[in-house]
Design a protein around this ligand. Structure first.
Ligand SMILES: CC(=O)N[C@H]1[C@@H](OP(=O)(O)OP(=O)(O)OC[C@H]2O[C@@H](n3ccc(=O)[nH]c3=O)[C@H](O)[C@@H]2O)O[C@H](CO)[C@@H](O)[C@@H]1O
Ligand SMILES: C=C(OP(=O)(O)O)C(=O)O
Length: 509
C-alpha cells in the first residue's frame, strides 16, 4: 500500500475512534494490540492488512473503515452546537498546486513544507507521478519532497487524475521549457460553468507556445526562436494565468515584464518560491511583475507556502453562523482585510492579535478571535474583484453570513456562471435566498435554520457554505458526496469537531 493510502486510512480510523469517544488505549485494548500501534496506524505509518482494517471497522462499529473504500464520502452533522477554542488555518490549495507545477522548473529537489493534504494536491501528485516525477511525504506526512526525473514521460500521463483538476493548466508554463512538443488532457475541476483558457494561450504565445485543442487534449508545440519582445499584457487579471506567465518567464534568458498581473496570495507565494530558485521578481504584490529569468535551475530548495485566506474565511464563517467565540490562528490578514472591514461594518465583534510572519518570512499573519455578534446586512452589495478586492472565493461565504444577519444582502458573483446558483441550496436549510439572475442573490435574514439531507453542490465553496449552515441548524443534517470539499480542505469535519462541532464522516458500504 502506498504511504498516501495508509495515511488516509489512518485519518479515517482516528475520526471513527474520536466519534466513538475512545482513546487510542481503548481501541488498542479492543483489538488486542498496543496503544503505540494505534498511534502508528493513525499516522499512516503502519502497514495494514485487509483483515486488520475489517477488525478496526468492527471494533469501532463504523462503516467508515470497511472493505472497498472507493465509495463516496458523506457527512452527518448534528447542528446547533457552539464552537470554542482555537483552530489553525492550513496552507492554501491554490499556492500548493501552483508550487507543485513550479517544481518542474527545477532540476534539483524541491521540499515544500506543511503542504495541505487535500484531493486537489493528490490529483496533481498523481499526474506528476505518472509522468515520472518522484514525490514523497516526509516528516510524518507533513512535508513534501519532489524530485523531477532526467526525462519526463508525458505519454504516460494519468488522464483520469488530470481531468479532475483545472490546475493541470499550470503545467504548460514549466513544460514548455523542457519539451518541444507535448499533449495535456483538458483542464477539469469544479462545475462552475465555462472557464476560459484563452488568456493562458494568449499569455504564453509570445514565449513560442502554440496550442491546438482537439480530442480532449491540448497539443502544444514550442517555437524556440520566439521570445517576448514587449511586455506580456494579460487580458484578464487571473491568478493561474499570471502563474503560467511567471513560470514561462522564470527560465527565459532575459527580462520579462508582465502587466495586469494578479497580485493575489497564491501568485505571491509562487513569486517567493521563484526567488528561492534564483529568479528575481520585481513588483511582487503589484500588477506589474518584472522577471529576471534563469535558463537553468538546478538547486535543492526548501519553501513553506503560506496559509489559506479562503480557509480562514471559512472558519470565521463557521464561528459567525454558530454564534461562537472562536480563535482562528494563522490568518493571512493582508488577504482578508476587506472581508474583515465589511464584517466589522455588519457588526462583527472580534479581536486581532499583533501581526507575525508566516514560515515563508513574507506573508503577514494574525490570530482572530470572533465573538457572538448581532449582525445587520451590509449597506452595499458584496462584490468580489481581483486582489486587492474582496476575494473571489470568499464571496460565497457571505451568503451564510447574510442569512444570519438582520436585513437584505445583495451578493453579486459576476465571476462564475454557476456558483451563485448553487448558493440557493441554502433555502433547503431554511434561508431566504432569491436568485435575481444567474449572478445575483438577495438574501434576507435572520434565518431560523433547519436540518436537511442533501447532496453536496458540485462546487467547492458553495459546498462548504452548505456544510457551515448545517452546523448552524438544530438537528441532524446529512451532506452527501463531499469530494469537492476534500478537494480544498484538509480534514475539515474532524478539525471542526475538535472545536465543538458534531460531524461524523461516513461512507456507503
Ligand atoms: C488554482 C487556483 O489558483 N484557482 C483560483 C484561480 O483560478 P483561475 O486562475 O483558473 O481562474 P479563472 O481563470 O477561471 O478565472 C475565474 C473567472 O474569472 C474571470 N476573470 C478573472 C479575472 C479577471 O480579471 N477577469 C475575469 O473575467 C475568468 O474569465 C473566469 O471566468 O482564480 C480564481 C479567481 O480568483 C479562484 O476562484 C480559483 O480558486
Ligand atoms: C474555484 C476554485 O478553485 P479551482 O480553480 O481549483 O476550481 C476555488 O478554490 O474555489
Amino acid at each position: 500500500m502506498s504511504n498516501d493510502y495508509l495515511a488516509r486510512i489512518g485519518s479515517l480510523v482516528r475520526d471513527a475512534r474520536k466519534h466513538r469517544g475512545w482513546s487510542q488505549a481503548q481501541l488498542a485494548e479492543a483489538l488486542g494490540t498496543s496503544q503505540s500501534a494505534i498511534a502508528r496506524i493513525e499516522q499512516g505509518g503502519q502497514n495494514l492488512g485487509i483483515e486488520m482494517v475489517a477488525r478496526i471497522g468492527e471494533a469501532l462499529d463504523s462503516e467508515i473503515v470497511s472493505l472497498g473504500h472507493s465509495g463516496p464520502m458523506h457527512l452527518r452533522v448534528v447542528g446547533g452546537r457552539q464552537l470554542s477554542g482555537q483552530i489553525t488555518v492550513k496552507t492554501s490549495k491554490n499556492a500548493c498546486v501552483a508550487l507543485l507545477c513550479a517544481s518542474l522548473l527545477n532540476r534539483g529537489r524541491t521540499t515544500l513544507r506543511r503542504v495541505a493534504r487535500i484531493e486537489e494536491v493528490y490529483r496533481i501528485l498523481e499526474v506528476l507521478d505518472s509522468i515520472g516525477v518522484r514525490s514523497r511525504w516526509i516528516n510524518d506526512g507533513v512535508d513534501l519532497e519532489i524530485t523531477p526525473p532526467t526525462e519526463l514521460d508525458l505519454d504516460a500521463i494519468d488522464v483520469e487524475a488530470a481531468v479532475r483538476t483545472r490546475s493541470v493548466i499550470m503545467l504548460l508554463g514549466p513544460l514548455m521549457h523542457i519539451l518541444d512538443a507535448f499533449k495535456l488532457p483538458y483542464a477539469g475541476g469544479c462545475d462552475l460553468g465555462t472557464r476560459t483558457v484563452e488568456p493562458h494561450m494568449a499569455a504564453l504565445r509570445p514565449f513560442g507556445l502554440n496550442v491546438i485543442a482537439t480530442n480532449h487534449q491540448y497539443h502544444a508545440t514550442v517555437d524556440r526562436a520566439l521570445s517576448p519582445t514587449r511586455p506580456i499584457v494579460l487580458t484578464e487579471r487571473g491568478d493561474t494565468v499570471t502563474e503560467n506567465a511567471l513560470m514561462a518567464a522564470a527560465r527565459r534568458d532575459g527580462v520579462t515584464v508582465i502587466r495586469n498581473a494578479s497580485s493575489n496570495y497564491m501568485v505571491q507565494d509562487l513569486c517567493f518560491f521563484l526567488e528561492q530558485l534564483g529568479v528575481t521578481v520585481e513588483g511582487i504584490g503589484t500588477t506589474t511583475l518584472t522577471v529576471h529569468g534563469r535558463p537553468d535551475i538546478d538547486v535543492n530548495v526548501d519553501y513553506a507556502p503560506s496559509e489559506d485566506p479562503v480557509e480562514a474565511m471559512s472558519l470565521l464563517t463557521a464561528a459567525i453562523v454558530t454564534s461562537s467565540e472562536l480563535t482562528i490562528r494563522r490568518v493571512p490578514v493582508e488577504f482578508l482585510e476587506i472581508e474583515l472591514a465589511v464584517l466589522e461594518g455588519m457588526g462583527l465583534d472580534y479581536d486581532r492579535s499583533p501581526e507575525y510572519a508566516a514560515d515563508n518570512g513574507r506573508t503577514r499573519l494574525v490570530d482572530l478571535t470572533a465573538r457572538p455578534s448581532k449582525l445587520t446586512a451590509p449597506l452595499d452589495k458584496i462584490h468580489p474583484m481581483p486582489f486587492p478586492g474582496l476575494n473571489i472565493d470568499t464571496a460565497p461565504f457571505f451568503a451564510a453570513i447574510a442569512a444570519t444577519a438582520h436585513g437584505s444582502t445583495l451578493i453579486h458573483d459576476w465571476v462564475y456562471d454557476n456558483r451563485a446558483i448553487y448558493l440557493t441550496e441554502l433555502t433547503r436549510l431554511g434561508a431566504t435566498v432569491k436568485l435575481l439572475d444567474p449572478h445575483r442573490l438577495l438574501i434576507d435574514g435572520p434565518t431560523r435554520w433547519r436540518a436537511a439531507e442533501m447532496v453536496c453542490p458540485p462546487a467547492l465553496r458553495p459546498a462548504v457554505v452548505v456544510l457551515l449552515a448545517m452546523m448552524a441548524a438544530e438537528g441532524t443534517s446529512v451532506l452527501r458526496n463531499i469530494y469537492v470539499i476534500n478537494r480544498g480542505y484538509e480534514e475539515l469535519a474532524q478539525r471542526l469537531t475538535e472545536v465543538g462541532a458534531q460531524i461524523e464522516v461516513f461512507r456507503d458500504i
